[in-house]
Design a protein around this ligand. Structure first.
Ligand code: LLP
Length: 419
């Protein structure tokens, strides 16, 4: 079911969104359980021919309920901080299905990861490898690792989220990685399990993954020649979704780029999809407070803002925006900016967008915001974070309460003695 119109009204998994908006108040994120689980199942099915662990990238949306749904479905998880590891464990992921990524893990985070015997830690540099070995030694543990290789490929995506270029900060240069593996193989407290790479996010070129995988397999063969065997190939995440009218590979066609290279090998595959699992699962529901005419154009001022969804401001990203209740559909519509109440110009969701003629009080749905929506939200302008709501079998559940004004101050302290 997911999100669909029924007689001119938008529904989520069979539930009328307008009703949720009246009861919960706006703005709020609304997630479809069905869309979430079916995205995960699509991955499982598409990769069922080979031994594959889907490690959902927690950073895309780390709400405990979302994590719990995926854990229950059998997913693994990719975490990039102590906080994400904490939430993954709380949500019920078994440590043997957790991989720890990141280019700047602290000593505390490494200790935390080792204490929990994770599937593996993806090492980003020789320096980190040495620190890891030393901490593992102190703890009399063996650290299972993969090394993140930077394959120097150029995906067509926003430059902030292309991560496998020679100039990017991630991973070990592909020309040096063999040497780092050799050093790793000599370290007492390190056990080599895999190789990792992640070349970027919102990738929509069908052939890129095949290209990367070929590079990685060639590398692992070179490693075998020097006596280093690799059990897992981790291709990271990054598969794009359709935000506008892009031509995007399906999960099935994505698997068809990968499987032919893997099928006759003994490697196990790890994938770390984030956006392609939760992106289409969520919408941001917001209410129009004002419709105002500026010098040259209209502004529809809604009650959500860039603190709730920063992607348009940050990446100039496009999100479809639909009326929750269709009306005035026979009218020619209004071309307008859709903006929030925050005091800066970057606070917009769309520029010069044609929408069905809006009225003050109408509800709008900002689509495909399940990934990197709430996850990147803040309290900027002292706006309490929105509620998050999930529809399961036609019933809605608050999975994160709306923050209160008290929440805005409860960590802050005025030092005693200040006049
Ligand atoms: N694995 C690693 C090592 C990553 O760095 C990432 C994302 C993923 C997996 C998941 O990638 P996905 O499948 O979601 O594309 N805030 C940006 C996206 C940043 C992605 C960072 N890394 C956005 O809103 O578009």
């Amino acid at each position: 079911m997911g999100f669909e119109y029924r007689e001119g009204e938008l529904y989520c998994d069979g539930l009328r969104i307008k009703t949720v908006a009246t009861e919960v108040q706006t703005p709020f994120y609304l997630y479809s359980y069905e869309t979430l689980t079916s995205a995960y199942e699509s991955y499982k099915e598409a990769f069922s021919k080979i031994d594959t662990l889907i490690c959902y990238a927690a950073k895309a949306n780390s709400n405990l309920a979302i994590l719990n749904v995926l854990a229950q479905k059998g997913s693994g998880i990719d975490v990039v901080s102590g906080g994400e590891l904490f939430k993954a464990l709380k949500a019920g992921f078994p440590p043997q299905k957790i991989v720890f990524n990141g280019n700047g893990k602290t000593r505390q985070e490494i200790e935390y990861a080792l204490e929990n015997d994770l599937l593996m830690i993806n090492v980003d540099s020789i320096n980190e490898l040495l620190v890891l070995n030393q901490i593992a030694n102190q703890k009399t543990k063996k650290a299972r690792i993969a090394i993140r290789v930077n394959p120097d490929v150029n995906p067509i995506t926003h430059h902030y989220i292309a991560t496998g270029l020679a100039k990017s900060k991630f991973g070990v240069n592909i020309h040096e990685v063999k040497d780092v593996y050799l050093q790793a193989s000599k370290l007492e407290n390190i056990e080599i399990k895999g190789i990792h790479c992640h070349v970027g996010s919102q990738i929509i070129q069908a052939n890129l993954y095949g290209e990367v995988l070929q590079k990685v397999i060639k590398l692992t063969e070179g490693l075998r020649e020097i006596g280093i065997s690799i059990e897992y190939i981790n291709l990271g995440g990054g598969l794009g979704i359709r935000y506008h009218d892009e031509d995007v590979p399906t999960i099935q066609s994505f698997s068809e780029m990968i499987l032919p290279h893997m099928i006759n090998t003994n490697y196990k595959l790890i994938l770390e999809p984030g956006r392609s699992i939760v992106g289409e699962t969520g919408i941001l529901v917001t209410r129009i407070n004002y419709i105002k005419k500026g010098f040259h154009k209209y502004f529809v001022v809604v009650d959500a803002a860039m603190n709730d969804l920063i992607r348009p401001a940050f990446y100039k990203s496009y999100h479809r925006i639909l009326p929750v209740v269709e009306h005035n559909m026979e009218d020619e519509g209004l071309t307008t900016d859709i903006v929030g109440p925050i005091c800066e110009d970057g606070d917009f969701f769309a520029h010069e967008r044609l929408i069905p003629k809006p009225e003050e009080g109408d509800l709008l749905a900002i689509l495909d915001t399940g990934a990197y929506g709430f996850a990147m939200s803040s309290n900027y302008n002292m706006r309490p974070r929105t509620a998050e709501v999930m529809v399961i079998n036609g019933k809605y559940h608050i999975i994160r309460k709306r923050e209160s004004y008290e929440d805005l101050i409860n960590k802050e302290v005025i030092p005693e003695g200040l006049a």
